[in-house]
Design a binder for this molecule. Sequence first.
Ligand SMILES: [Zn+2]
Length: 340
Amino acid sequence: MSDVLLVNITWNPTGWRNTYINPRAGHEYARQNAGHESLNFKFDKRNIDTEKFIHGFVQWTNPPTKFQNGGLIIFYTRNIDDNKGQVVGVYGKSQIIEPQQHFVVNGFQNNRYSINIRAEKQFSILFPVPLPADNYKAKSSDRMVPQVGFTYKDSVFAEKILYDELIELSIAGVLQSDYKKLSDIYEYYLGKKFELPYRSQDEKEQEELAQFYKKAKTKEEILDDLKNLQPTDSEEIFVNQKTYKRDNKTIAQIKILRDFKCQICGTTIIKKDDGKYIEAAHIKAKHQKGRETLDNIILLCPNHHKEFDLGDRMIKSHDSNFIEFVLNGQQYKISLTTGQ
Ligand SMILES: [Zn+2]
């Protein structure tokens, strides 16, 4: 038995979050009916949803007989503009509806076959920030879930998905009600409260590596290292018999090179253990494939980091030495090598 199910709702192409008819769709059904993937997340469908339940449809040849009713259904789709897979929402306290019931209920566009799952509304949500499927696969060419059907998953997978979405929501400043709902789902399935990490594993690695490289290398050597960074370098590095992410090594080196200073206001936060704290912001965001390189990272104090991510920002020019941008009406020109 499994109480976590990953299902595929890749049916009609693109724009799937809106309920609309796509006259250019590759599928006859989709040229005549609104894309019904999105209906899985419309919470008050006429004739089928109730106060307590939401109903949905997943295409499968054989139903997931090993799924334990009351479990969590996680939705995957590839129906997005760049044709990449995303994890887009969950149904909690869900049930597979028995085949004979299909014929009783008129569901998505009155297609009598189209209702086969039901879940509690209070435990179901369309993710405000979709999660890139690549984050959960060894290789981006791997298939996360069959085109038609489902994959059984475990609570480790469920935790990853719910945790990552909660982190995204805490950054994005979405509705309090969505955040609360997702925290409740997390707590229900994992038996513990969700807590925002005080400090991520990445930051911890960066601090350890910074201590090491400060002693081991001069700034000139570090600059040389950073300039000769190859995209093909191994993802992992070994330092003092421990394995670290290469990205964290790069960020640690950039912090040393630029003296742990905010590149907007010059602030350094001094910690009680004598260490220094500064944050690394990606100019091109990580989810847009922005890499950890000298010319894609600027160091910012926590205030300027949030302003940089959330404020009204326009990049005027950007090359390997400098970036010029306007942020909330202020103009900045910032060095992307040594920070001077
Ligand atoms: Zn600052």
